[in-house]
Write a protein that binds this ligand. Structure first.
Ligand SMILES: [Zn+2]
Length: 262
């Protein structure tokens, strides 16, 4: 479903390229989202399968930047494919916004593949960021807040020049800072990875009910559940709707374009 066909060259839009959790859903990419605003096209997350979907719906030529919320494979492994596309097509280097330690991890990945340590530098100029270090790309401003995950992860409040806002949870356990970050945003893109809460141990993701609690209290205009296992998608949506009956909640689905603030 595409909920609006407003001309995204004048507005701010989100296109879902991949909404799978770390275990890919059939024929689907893991985390990958395309943000468009005037003169701006940002690939938010580059999990495995992302570049194939980017080529299906847009093109790397269109990109003005890449943003990775955290250095887990389902959020950055297709940087290898994007690096090859940019390098082999002779495209200009892309700004690549990474969490603290990200550049070192990429050098380690290259080293592990017995490639030159500067392998990724052929396609990207890395810019580390994190809480307290907001950044911009074209018409979009990014405000990071540290999430609760088993590596450094950044939830992001993304605002265009007209003040329209998208909040992305990244991968995280439920935390109060996400309620504040998402307060009255236009669209909340929130992970609901865990179909059910784990019985024991630490919890680094949210259940649909926990994601819905963020929506219920932050009151975004719309909410999309993402980073889910397709086998549990229908039940997850039902559970989220039951936990926040007044909220407008749906699933992120590949190809859908959501106009922010529409
Ligand atoms: Zn993760």
């Amino acid at each position: 479903m595409t909920d609006d066909t407003t001309d995204s060259t004048t507005g701010f839009s989100l296109q879902i390229l991949g909404a799978s959790c770390a275990v890919p859903n059939p024929d689907q990419a893991t985390s990958a989202y395309l943000l468009r605003a005037p003169g701006t096209a940002v690939l938010l997350e580059c999990g495995h399968g992302a570049v194939g979907k980017l080529l299906k719906y847009a093109g790397p030529e269109e990109l003005t930047a890449v943003v990775v919320s955290h250095m887990h494979p389902d959020h950055f492994f297709d940087l290898v494919a994007l690096r090859n596309y940019v390098f082999c097509h002779g495209l200009p280097k892309l700004p690549l916004f990474l969490p603290a330690g990200g550049p070192e991890i990429l050098r380690g990945v290259a080293r592990g593949m017995q490639l030159a340590e500067d392998y990724f530098d052929a396609a990207f100029t890395a810019h580390p960021y994190g809480e307290g270090l907001p950044f911009t790309s074209g018409a979009l401003a990014f405000e990071p807040v540290t999430a609760v995950h088993n590596t450094v992860a950044n939830a992001l409040r993304i605002t265009d020049s007209a003040g329209r806002t998208l909040v992305f949870s990244s991968d995280t356990a439920h935390f109060e800072g996400l309620v504040r970050l998402a307060e009255h945003c236009d669209l909340l893109l929130v992970e609901a990875t865990s179909a059910t809460a784990p019985v024991s141990g630490e919890h680094w993701h949210m259940t649909p009910s926990e994601a819905a609690d963020i929506a219920r209290r932050a009151e975004p205009r719309r909410t999309l559940l993402t980073h889910y296992d397709a086998r549990h998608a229908a039940a997850s949506l039902t559970a989220a709707a039951a936990a926040a009956p007044a909220a407008d909640i749906d699933l992120a689905r590949e190809g859908d374009i959501h106009v922010i603030g529409a």
